[in-house]
Design a binder for this molecule. Structure first.
Ligand code: IMP
Ligand code: MG
Length: 171
């Protein structure tokens, strides 16, 4: 039987997302913010974060898929590209979790080709232990060393995205 160890309650998530939203609102006050959520894992975080940002912003999504089970396939395929013209705009990429960093690096390389004015990263969870590439996570709600995390949008084989809190999954 898999075991679910509670890492962050709904209330803790709400608090952290609110804090992050306030920071982003202040930092982007005079900018032209477009939040680009990375599907599918960021969909719940993105919806809550957007509602904690009190300045005008646009919403778009990019679809990228790299994992099967708990193992990275090491290859990234784009399942959806942004609809909006991002040229000259201030793009904030919104991710569920940064692990090795390879997924974000490839997405950043792709977004660069669209000539945005700036690119920053916001991840619900910054997971350090297996980081292999040097990327800066500008905003994160939670930071941890290791584990396989599910709930609040994060999946294991497409399951558990609907859980309202965040858990460490022990298989
Ligand atoms: P990276 O390329 O190794 O940084 O992996 C990033 C992607 O893998 C994330 O967008 C997630 O979709 C997935 N991923 C990495 N770690 C976890 C985890 O602990 N739980 C669920 N998905 C994860
Ligand atoms: Mg995923």
């Amino acid at each position: 039987m898999p075991e679910f160890i509670l890492l962050s309650s709904q209330e803790e998530i709400r608090r952290q997302v609110q804090k992050t939203g306030q920071k982003i609102s202040a930092d982007y006050k005079d900018k032209d913010l477009v939040m680009v959520g990375i599907l599918k894992g960021a969909f719940i975080f993105m919806a809550d974060l957007s509602r904690q940002i009190n300045i005008d912003h646009d919403i778009d999504f990019i679809g990228a898929s790299s994992y099967e089970g708990t193992i990275s396939k090491g290859q990234l395929s784009f399942t959806k590209k942004p609809d909006l013209d991002l040229a000259g705009r201030d793009v904030l990429l919104v991710e569920d979790i940064v692990d090795t960093g390879h997924t974000l690096l490839k997405i950043i390389e792709f977004i660069h080709l669209l000539n945005p004015g700036s690119i920053k990263l916001c991840s619900l969870i910054d997971k350090h232990e297996r980081r292999e590439v040097n990327i800066k996570v500008d905003y994160s709600c939670f930071s941890l060393d290791k584990g396989f995390i599910i709930g609040y949008g994060l999946d294991y084989n497409e399951k558990y995205r609907n859980l309202p809190a965040i858990y460490d999954l022990k298989l």
